[in-house]
Design a protein around this ligand. Structure first.
Ligand code: TYD
Length: 214
């Protein structure tokens, strides 16, 4: 299923950024977007959850609901956000030939809802592939960071933690390990970079990988 649909995914370039909370995805996405603009490319910068109006509503539930959300319900909410996002924003942008630069995608569900919430990783992945008719990015940049360092960064940012950020250290350790496993299983799609590098060095490493795709 994945292959057939992926081959119908059109001319643009789809890049996703993945990593734990505090790994610096937002900073790096902004720098990469600036560089792509400087290359004369049209960039659609987006994120999950929350890349569409429907997604903003879903984001509010998954990140800010004050009580428990059952793990399967959480997985379905992220998948619902993803289905709508890919159908209404990502695919149309790729069909126009744009570059889609996206903060988080299905690998986050496999890592957070699979390894983090201890659902079956394969089932979580299949759910997202069903939701998106098998759409997979051209490149996934994994910003890998030790969760203790990430925690220090988040503390320094002095923002209230959302539901996932507030999880225990073991949860974040499982998430990190899961991301690394995903990257090892799909070496052609993923590049793994050390997110403890200075911001500019990391940005240069990302640009080098992206330049090879353009
Ligand atoms: P993010 O937007 O990176 O947070 P911030 O706005 O603080 O930078 O991600 C929001 C949270 O959602 C993050 O803790 C990871 C979680 N998440 C999942 O658990 N599953 C998913 O499928 C996605 C896309 C995100």
């Amino acid at each position: 299923m994945t292959e057939a649909v992926a081959s119908s995914v059109p001319r643009g370039v789809w890049i996703t950024l993945e990593g734990g909370d505090g790994s610096g995805k937002t900073t790096q996405a902004a720098l990469l977007e600036q560089w792509l603009h400087a290359q004369g490319r049209t960039v659609v910068r987006t994120r999950e959850p929350g890349g569409t109006e429907v997604g903003v509503l879903v984001r509010d539930i998954v990140l800010h609901h004050r009580g428990d959300v059952a793990p399967r319900a959480e997985a379905l909410l992220y998948a619902a956000d993803r289905a709508h996002h890919v159908a209404t924003l990502v695919r149309p942008a790729l069909e126009r030939g744009d570059i889609v630069l996206q903060d988080r995608y299905l690998d986050s569900s496999v890592a957070y809802q699979g390894a983090g919430r201890v659902l079956d990783a394969g089932e979580v992945r299949e759910l997202s592939l069903w939701a998106t008719e098998g759409a997979l990015p051209d490149l996934t940049v994994l910003l890998d960071l030790d969760p203790a360092t990430a925690r220090t960064r988040l503390d320094a940012a002095d923002k209230p933690f959302d539901r996932l950020e507030a999880e225990a250290a073991e949860f974040h350790a499982r998430v990190r390990a899961a991301f690394l496993e995903l990257a090892a299983a799909e070496p052609d799609r993923f590049v793994v970079l050390d997110a403890s590098l200075p911001v500019d060095d990391l940005a240069a490493a990302i640009r080098a990988r992206v330049a090879a795709l353009l």
